[in-house]
Ligand binder design. Structure first.
Ligand code: SAM
Length: 214
């Protein structure tokens, strides 16, 4: 049995801080949340390595650095209502839930969504709501949101997600081609989106009405 707490601290010291992650709340949360519990048993010992890993159904849990930078770019202060598109393993949702008021997370693959819902309940998270649906349409019945994070590659930020974001709100998403993207942070200022471009990245595709076709 590995010392997971030690591995988590090492992950923060060797992968996150040297690459410029500075937000203390993000770093502390990544030292705390047991990432290994969000992945299949056979990959648990690799949970704190510098890479994305398979979670079944052809999907992945994102690399720790990618989770950290996307979370930092969201500028959470603890009071936000957050929408995540692409629940996957549920790890990013757990990180967001530690740093905001409540998290709605949408997953397209039913088995993944159902597993995560159970797991998060067992772990005691009561401010995360897992919904199985096509997240490219957002979640109009729960809108508006203060923050939106898309954790799958999208050709563009769907217009309906922008409509579901409060003014002053932030969307973070990997935008670009199917096999290579750039991480974008877009802030809604008086109805228009002000975009910043961050690191290159590679995510699995966002598949749905306003994403890629299957
Ligand atoms: N955030 C996840 C985590 O912490 O493990 C990683 C997400 S994984 C890189 C991308 C996820 O997006 C996959 O689980 C995939 O099934 C999901 N996805 C793809 N298209 C989707 C859509 N239209 N709506 C909701 N989820 C979608």
């Amino acid at each position: 049995m590995r010392n997971y707490e030690l591995l988590r601290n090492l992950m923060v010291e060797t992968q996150l801080i040297p690459r410029g992650i500075k937000d203390k709340r993000v770093l502390d949360t990544m030292r705390k949340v047991p990432r290994h519990l969000f992945m299949p048993e056979k990959y648990r010992d690799d949970a704190y390595e510098d890479m994305a890993l398979p979670i079944g159904e052809g999907q992945t849990i994102s690399q720790p650095y990618m989770v950290a930078i996307m979370t930092e770019l969201l500028e959470l202060n603890g009071d936000e209502k957050v929408l995540e598109i692409g629940t996957g393993s549920g790890y990013q949702a757990a990180i967001l839930a530690e740093l905001s008021r409540e998290v709605y997370t949408v997953e397209r693959i039913e088995s993944l969504g159902d597993n995560v819902r159970l797991k998060l309940k067992e772990m005691g998270y009561d401010n995360i709501y897992v919904i199985v649906a096509d997240g490219t349409k957002g979640l109009p019945e729960k809108a508006p949101f203060d923050r939106i994070i898309i954790t799958a590659a999208t050709p563009k930020i769907p217009e309906c997600l922008i409509e579901q974001l409060n003014d002053g709100g932030i969307i973070v998403a990997p935008v670009g081609q199917r096999f290579s993207q750039i991480l974008i942070k877009a802030k809604k200022v008086m109805g228009t989106m002000k975009e910043e471009y961050h690191t290159p990245c590679v995510f699995v595709p966002l598949i749905g009405e306003h994403g890629w076709k299957e």
